[in-house]
Ligand binder design. Structure first.
Ligand code: CP3
Length: 364
């Protein structure tokens, strides 16, 4: 068993006591870092970074070289999966993702199959290369999109603000949407198990668009398929438990049901009050989040104050991983991330030592 020298993240995800609150940031390797933009220019494009294990390793490690983050996250994208299914992914400069062949008719939907994992081998090679490049520093998080969030891109053919093709299908031919979700869930289960086999030490499922659903639709079209994935994941590898985190953006009202899937942790966006989330899930799961990514646009003092407020709202009990409520903005000043990492580590240590004052200031 090769436990990382810093295993604070893994402990917190399993609700074990830690000396401080570990943190990582969604999209921590990305455009707000000038060294990332330079690597992308050298590689040619975003997908060239993802498809080359050396580049993927280089950019995964960039934020860790600047900041004392407690985890690395695989540099890749959730849309590699529908790309491997043959939908033809491209990222146009300055625009979002596009699929050349979105799922728009019954024949295309019926033809959808779990892809040969060899088509995603570049992702598994990246996982192995990143583990090697990390040495034993911090754990590596693997990830996938949720079946529903992947289906949104597969049906709309790109981003959307109303999901009208998805909703049209849901409210006219629900069995066809269920077919897509079933294929996606089986694919994601295998995909994440391969990431784990290649060295991912924790995994996270991003359900970015589950929050666009009614409560009833969320349960049957998103949560049920994430539950099947959790049930099919390999939870132990190399002698260590592999924690699973679910994150539905806009899903604060469903946390109790999410906690019943058997996952280890839930991601919270910034609209959720931590104490309320804890009441909803009891001691079943760890919680990850949930600072507004917009707070990183403030002054250094503003960043520190908001980070302390978030830590105080979660309290010093085991089972909190500090993160943002969604991905870091490309417009974030890198210096503010340094302020954030430092204050989260210092303030959470002080909280545990009983030295954080009630107005949120750290006396240590
Ligand atoms: O967190 C990390 O640092 C790991 C890498 C990661 C990326 N995408 C890299 C990326 C992860 C975990 C993702 C997940 C992802 N991708 C999600 C779920 C999380 C979320 O943000 O809601 C979604 C919905 C996608 C799909 C996606 N990828 C979109 C809509 C876009 C375009 C919008 C944008 O922010 O550019 C991407 C591109 C993308 N994925 C970039 C990065 C670093 C930017 C590409 C570039 O360099 O231009």
């Amino acid at each position: 068993m090769t436990r990382p020298a810093n295993d604070t993240l893994l402990r917190a995800l399993l609700r074990e006591p830690t000396d401080y609150t570990p943190l990582w940031l969604m999209r921590q390797a990305g455009r707000y870092l000038p060294e990332y933009r330079a690597s992308r220019a050298r590689a040619g494009s975003f997908m060239d970074l993802c498809r080359n294990a050396d580049f993927a390793t280089e950019v995964t490690l960039q934020p860790l070289e600047r900041y004392a983050l407690d985890a690395a996250i695989l540099f890749s994208d959730i849309l590699t999966v529908p790309d491997a299914m043959g939908l033809g992914l491209s990222f146009a400069e300055g625009e979002g993702p596009r699929f050349a062949s979105p799922l728009r008719d019954e024949a295309a939907i019926r033809a959808l199959e779990v892809p040969d994992m060899a088509r995603l081998d570049y992702v598994f090679q990246a996982v192995a290369a990143i583990r090697k490049g990390l040495g034993n520093r911090v754990p590596l998080i693997g990830f996938s999109g949720s079946p529903f969030t992947l289906a949104c891109y597969m049906i709309e053919g790109g981003g959307s603000d109303d999901f009208r093709h998805v909703k049209a299908l849901m409210y006219s031919r629900p069995e066809l949407l269920h077919h897509i979700l079933d294929v996606n869930a089986r694919t994601v289960t295998t995909y994440l198990n391969e990431q784990i086999a290649h060295g991912a030490q924790a995994v996270m499922i991003f359900d970015t668009w589950g929050g666009a659903l009614s409560s009833a639709a969320y349960r049957s079209f998103s949560l049920e398929y994430m539950r099947r994935i959790v049930a099919g994941l390999r939870r132990e590898h190399d002698g260590a438990r592999v924690p699973v985190t679910l994150f539905t953006k806009g899903g604060g009202q469903w946390l109790a049901d999410m906690a019943d899937t058997g996952c280890d942790a839930l991601g919270l966006d910034w609209t959720v009050a931590p104490a309320q989330a804890r009441t909803l899930v009891g001691s079943k799961v760890a919680l990850q989040g949930n600072m507004d990514p917009g707070a990183l646009m403030g002054s250094a003092n503003g960043v520190a104050a908001e980070a302390r407020r978030v830590l105080d709202a979660f309290g010093p009990a085991p089972g909190h991983v500090f993160n943002l409520g969604h991905g870091i903005s490309q417009h974030t000043p890198p210096d503010n991330v340094a302020v954030l990492v430092d204050i989260v580590h210092r303030h959470s240590r002080a909280q545990r030592a009983g030295l954080a004052t009630s107005d949120g200031a750290t006396t240590a």
